[in-house]
Design a protein around this ligand. Structure first.
Ligand code: MN
Length: 197
């Protein structure tokens, strides 16, 4: 099978982002965005998707974390899309209900080529440490748009905002892992009656 790797460098006046991914990796990451909580979340995404990720970001953190988080989502999404190529042989669909202590969150994915985010997650506080909780949605919006995936995230319940955020990243990671894995029963076909994704 051909390697499924993608690399993106993206530079604006706000951020400088360099991302590389290997879809068929082992969940090995080298992640540095300058935002501690975000690095912790990206580590989860990498580890539980088994997609190797090198992410290096220098952003305008003196303003706030917004541009850094959003632009990381854009570049990571583009790198994943590039790595998937014409999306031949992928499992395409996956969903999981992911539990972590008192919190449960669902992620459902269609690696469709059609970007869409349905976000049904509420936080009870505006911050986790210094991190703005609203940026969790911003990240997944940028990821879904640029990876060309339909992504639904639903928090069923939970009390702790760190857990709520972390289950979003872990659930998306596990769903992404399965949906991008090669389906051995149709490894050489694009999984669509249209013949294209
Ligand atoms: Mn944690």
């Amino acid at each position: 099978m051909a390697e499924r790797k993608g690399e993106i460098s993206r530079k604006t006046n706000e951020t400088s982002v360099s991302v590389s991914v290997d879809i068929d990796g082992t969940g090995t990451g080298k992640i540095s965005t300058g935002v501690g909580f975000f690095d912790h979340m990206l580590d989860q995404l990498c580890r539980h998707s088994l997609i190797d990720m090198h992410i290096d970001v220098k952003g305008d953190l003196h303003i706030d974390d917004h541009h850094t988080v959003e632009d990381t989502g854009i570049a990571l999404g583009q790198a994943i899309s590039k790595a998937l190529g014409e999306r031949k042989g992928i499992t395409r669909y996956s969903s999981i209900d992911l539990a972590m202590d008192e919190t449960m969150t669902k992620a459902a994915i269609d690696v469709s080529g059609r970007p869409f985010l349905v976000w049904n997650v509420n936080f009870s506080a505006p911050k986790i440490g210094t991190f703005d909780t609203e940026l969790v949605r911003e990240f997944f919006q940028a990821l879904a748009q640029n990876a060309g995936i339909t992504l639904h995230v639903l928090n069923h319940y939970g009390a702790n905002n760190h857990h709520i955020a972390e289950t979003c990243f872990k659930a998306v990671a596990r769903a992404l892992r399965t949906a991008t894995e090669i389906d051995p029963r149709q490894a050489n076909r694009i999984p669509s009656t249209k013949g294209t994704l």
